[in-house]
Design a protein around this ligand. Structure first.
Ligand SMILES: NC(=O)c1ccc[n+]([C@@H]2O[C@H](COP(=O)([O-])OP(=O)(O)OC[C@H]3O[C@@H](n4cnc5c(N)ncnc54)[C@H](OP(=O)(O)O)[C@@H]3O)[C@@H](O)[C@H]2O)c1
Length: 216
């Protein structure tokens, strides 16, 4: 497949890039600082474009011809509001619709919603610690999730993936998934396995227009 990736200088995105190239896919990676894109094989079928998700003029034209766009965009700034999830994803969707690319996978968080399936102690920690600490990021993830459900994303086969706490553990390829449903006791997930889910579900129609929980 021909894949366009965002966020490859981050933890999950770097794993995704390595796995995509390892699986023989042709990759275009958009990064704010191309020098930080982790490339181990200079002969890999990889094109790196300098670009900011919030400034689509630099990469918009390059979207055409890809089979899917996979976004590992995220904000680590806990102090200030962000629009990287909502406006960044809006820019992706608009560019994809303009160029006829119909498949999008992007990342949100399981902590966005506290469901009865989550054990009480974890519910309390999520509500009173995590949701407070990451309130700006969560607010913008919620806007992103609304955006993909809105007419603005009509015609886009989107998947919003909600992982729990991410770790730098190994790739196992073994984890649970729930499409438009909640997982019981979601614990953690390695960034390598999150990337594995993204890459191996590009063609999964059950994940189209779905919010998917992925966790051990
Ligand atoms: N950490 C957790 O436990 C946890 C739990 C649930 C969900 N999540 C979510 O899972 C996702 C992946 O997490 P992670 O820790 O692997 O991510 P990360 O290491 O924080 O990587 C984020 C990536 O987004 C890129 N990015 C941010 N703003 C950008 C912009 N305007 N234009 C282009 N690129 C931009 C960063 O690029 P630069 O290198 O240029 O900054 C980086 O490559 C994130 O969305 C995160 O919110 C995390």
């Amino acid at each position: 497949m021909k894949l366009m990736l965002f966020g490859v200088t981050g933890g999950t995105g770097a794993q995704l890039l390595a796995q995509a190239l390892g699986a023989g896919h042709q990759v275009t990676a958009v990064a704010r600082d191309p020098a930080r894109v982790p490339v181990t094989d200079p002969d890999a079928p990889l094109t790196v474009l300098p670009g900011d998700a919030l400034a689509p003029e630099t990469w918009r034209q390059a979207v055409a011809g890809h089979d899917a766009v996979l976004s590992c965009l995220g904000s680590t700034d806990r102090k200030h509001p962000t629009t990287v999830y909502s406006q960044g994803t809006r820019n992706l969707v608009e560019a994809m619709r303009a160029s006829g690319v119909g498949r999008l996978l992007c990342l949100s968080s399981a902590g966005l919603e506290i469901t009865p399936e989550v054990p009480l102690p974890q519910r309390l920690v999520t509500r009173y610690v995590i949701q407070r600490l990451y309130r700006h990021g969560y607010a913008d993830m919620a806007r992103m999730e609304s955006l993909v459900r809105s007419p603005a994303a009509d015609g886009t086969a989107w998947t919003v993936v909600r992982p729990p706490m991410l770790t730098d553990g190994p790739l196992t390829g073994t984890y649970r998934t729930a499409e438009n449903a909640r997982l019981e006791r979601p614990k953690s997930l390695s960034r390598a396995d999150l990337a594995h889910y993204l890459l191996t579900h590009v063609d999964d129609r059950r994940a189209h227009r779905a919010v998917v929980e992925v966790a051990y």
